[in-house]
Design a protein around this ligand. Structure first.
Ligand SMILES: Cc1cc2nc3c(=O)[nH]c(=O)nc-3n(C[C@H](O)[C@H](O)[C@H](O)COP(=O)(O)OP(=O)(O)OC[C@H]3O[C@@H](n4cnc5c(N)ncnc54)[C@H](O)[C@@H]3O)c2cc1C
Length: 694
């Protein structure tokens, strides 16, 4: 399986240039509000975010004749454009060389629990269309000579539904979607950060009327912070995940998402307890997941203490060299941490061991120039002494080279090339890495059309809470495409975004701007830096892969105190650009309290270990074992079956975070469509359930 491909072809898969953005349309007006000369931009719909999900929503709306604009903090920032793993994955329906059974695929997507059954089906049945339309736009998904898509198996994927264009798959998706958006003439406001959602009405009638944004290019003497007003009755939040929540994070820099923005606007969030953590290099250097061939090459993993002494710490966990090496390999496709895989000497013991080393102040490295050292008293590492699944895989891959670096070079030379581009030569020096936060499975609660609990507000992509406890690798990108399209179809069918909004919202906007400025106070003792380090440290240390009731409870109290302090004192800023960060950190502090609140609620109600986290408890039923003996400190609670059937809903009421649960929406798998009976609902638009709109 040697990859014998000319260098320029490999280069094109890693260096993906983005298109030039068109000139921005001018504001329709400038008004004086709260002492500021604020420009006004009007649109039928504003999409917040230009990742793969937001671009998809904008493209699909524009093709249906809607008046849509995109605002983006950073046009080619965010996870779709900037992150990856050795092979970024797109989940597809095309599988087992026989097409697919969408119901079976939906069952696989929601198999971790706490996921709406209809959402899983929507994602499954929509995936073939997403793949085909991306190919139509020019996404170079690999094919066999007869037109079948090349596929492989990834995490939480039983049958091999994954495909990939290489490590920059999602960046390539952004590129082809952005090219299409530009071709269609979608206006694009770059360096524009949405900071407040404006609403009108009360209770069930409350709906979106626009948003306040901050734009570098609108800064003037009369408007030093560049405050701008976007008037629109429909918004799509596609702002990605809250990567900045954690210190130990493999998200690219500057990913704030929109959880705080949405909470503040009274939008309901769901499943905030569910995230993904796994091994990777942190965002301070080159953030990248170390899944796939990086670990399948079986490098030696070790730590260095503060004195510079080396520790072969995995040998304290696994009983034999074979077990140790086989589990390092398995991290390739069992990439995210999962509590149950800490049992029976499984692969998540690797994550536990690494995070214990980092918590003890040691730095952890992967050395591709050394095979794993032997477990004391056992035989040395040998490719002949590996568990059967591992030996078979490496055999089929032809990865029989003596050294990990040569096995990696053989299986995936791009993996080495990628780090070289960031001045890290893993062929020469060991690679420092950690267990990092990587994905937020929860987010804004939406229905099967991407509608949130606030009238006119939709959410798609990682901003939306459509995933359950686990998700197959690649399901995030697929969900963003499916829901980007679904939201666009719904908005278009409603007819509400055909023309730019003409409504006068001066009073609402003025109140919103006053609110915003109240938070920004040059004299506040709280700075962006102090809030960031407090929030990130708390989240990584108390809400990472290892949690317990007391730690989470205490972290929640501290998070509440921080929000009370922000409320009382505001946030200081220096330059105008820092003011934007000030508002974003206010949102992150809120989001952090919401995540901790949900986690605390879950644990207090008997919540056990699932997905991202082990809930440790001296009374827990599960005890991970290590070669050195039982790991009593990590005894953990089992998941409760009933919790798989429900989701935790979070909203803000006044200044209070309110928590409740709701059952997963069900899907009647026995229901069959019948053409003559169901066609009228499509023809008349009844399928969109528009009567429920506010
Ligand atoms: C290292 C890594 C590897 C991954 N690998 C995979 C994989 O193999 N397969 C998979 O399916 N998923 C993977 N994921 C997850 C997946 O990449 C993301 O979930 C997905 O790209 C999110 O797309 P999005 O469009 O929702 O958000 P993003 O791509 O993050 O885009 C968000 C956009 O919103 C903008 N924005 C943010 N806040 C604001 C604001 N307030 N105002 C205006 N604009 C704003 C940003 O500038 C950006 O343009 C990975 C994630 C990471 C971190």
């Amino acid at each position: 399986m040697t990859i014998d491909v000319p260098q320029e072809i490999l280069d094109a898969l890693t260096d993906v240039d983005m298109p030039r953005l068109p000139a921005e349309p001018a504001p329709s007006d400038v008004v004086r509000l709260a002492g500021i000369e604020a420009p006004i931009y009007r649109a039928g719909c504003v999409v917040v975010g230009s990742g793969a999900a937001g671009l998809r929503a904008a493209v699909e709306m524009k093709r249906r004749g809607d008046d849509v604009v995109i605002v983006s903090q950073s046009a080619w920032g965010g996870t779709s454009a900037c992150s990856g793993s050795d092979k970024q994955t797109l989940h597809t329906a095309n599988t087992a060389d026989q097409g697919d059974n969408y119901k079976a695929m939906a069952r696989a997507i929601r198999s971790g629990g706490a996921m709406d059954e209809d959402t899983a089906y929507v994602e499954a049945v929509g995936s073939s269309r997403m793949m085909a339309s991306l190919q139509f736009l020019g996404l170079p998904l690999p094919q066999d000579p007869l037109g079948g898509t090349l596929r492989y198996q990834t995490d939480h994927d039983e049958v091999g539904r994954a495909t990939s264009c290489g490590p920059r798959t999602s960046r390539l998706m952004v590129k082809v979607l952005a090219e299409e958006a530009i071709r269609l003439g979608v206006p694009f406001y770059n360096q524009t950060t949405a900071v407040k959602i404006l609403t009108k009405g009360d209770g069930a009638d409350r709906h979106v009327v626009g948003m306040v944004a901050m734009r570098a290019s609108d800064r003037t003497e009369e408007n030093p912070l560049g405050i701008a007003l976007f008037v629109s009755g429909v918004i799509v939040l596609a702002a990605g995940g809250p990567g900045e929540l954690y210190r130990d994070s493999v998200y690219p820099n500057g990913c704030f998402g929109s959880l705080g923005l949405a909470l503040e606007a009274g939008v309901e969030l769901v499943n905030l307890t569910e995230s993904q953590f796994g091994i990777g290099t942190r965002r301070e250097g080159f953030p990248w997941n170390l899944s796939g061939t990086y670990v399948q090459a079986i490098p030696h993993i070790y730590s260095l203490d503060t004195e510079g002494a080396e520790h072969h710490f995995l040998a304290e966990y696994y009983r034999s060299t074979q077990e140790l090496a086989s589990n390092v390999f398995r991290k390739g496709y069992q990439w995210p941490f999962h509590a149950t895989r800490m049992l029976d000497f499984g692969s998540s013991l690797v994550d536990l061991a690494i995070s214990s080393e980092t918590a003890a102040g040691r730095r952890v490295f992967m050395d591709f120039n050394r095979n794993p050292l032997s477990v004391p008293g056992d035989l040395p590492f040998s490719l002949e002494r590996l568990d059967e699944d591992v030996r078979n895989y490496l055999g089929k891959a032809g990865a029989d080279q003596d050294m990990p670096i040569d096995r990696l070079k053989h299986m995936n030379p791009l993996a080495i090339e990628l780090y070289r581009r960031y001045k890290i030569d893993i062929a020469e020096e060991p690679l420092e890495f950690a267990v990092n936060n990587q994905h937020m499975n929860g987010g804004i609660m939406v229905d099967t059309w991407g509608r949130s609990s606030l009238g006119g507000c939709y959410s798609v992509g990682e901003a939306a809470g459509t995933h359950g406890v686990t998700r197959p690798g690649g399901a995030a990108l697929n969900a963003g495409q499916v829901f980007g399209t679904r939201a666009a179809e719904h908005i278009s069918a409603s007819g509400r975004a055909k023309r730019s909004a003409a409504e006068g919202i001066a009073d609402i906007a003025e109140a919103g701007i006053v609110d915003l400025l109240t938070v920004l106070r040059t004299e506040s003792p709280l700075t962006v830096k102090s809030i960031r380090s407090q929030v990130q440290a708390r989240m990584s240390e108390k809400a990472g892969i290892i949690c317990n009731q007391e730690g989470v409870g205490r972290a929640l109290i501290e998070a509440r105190e921080l929000n009370a302090e922000i409320h009382a004192n505001g946030i200081a800023y220096g330059r105008a650009a820092e003011a934007v960060r000030g508002v974003q950190w206010r949102h992150m502090a809120l989001a952090s309290e919401a995540v901790l609140g949900a986690l605390d609620f879950f644990i207090r109600n008997g919540g056990g270990s699932r997905g991202a986290r082990a809930i440790c408890d001296v009374e827990g039923e599960s005890l991970p074992l290590a070669s050195s003996g039982p790991l009593q400190d990590y005894r953990f609670r089992k998941e409760r079956e009933a919790h798989r059937e429900e989701q935790i809903v979070v909203r803000i009421d006044g200044d209070e975070i309110r928590l409740s649960t709701r059952p997963n929406r069900a899907l009647d798998e026995s229901a069959k469509s019948f053409f003559e009976r169901d066609w009228p609902a499509w023809l008349t638009g009844r399928i969109y359930d528009l009567g429920a709109d506010k």
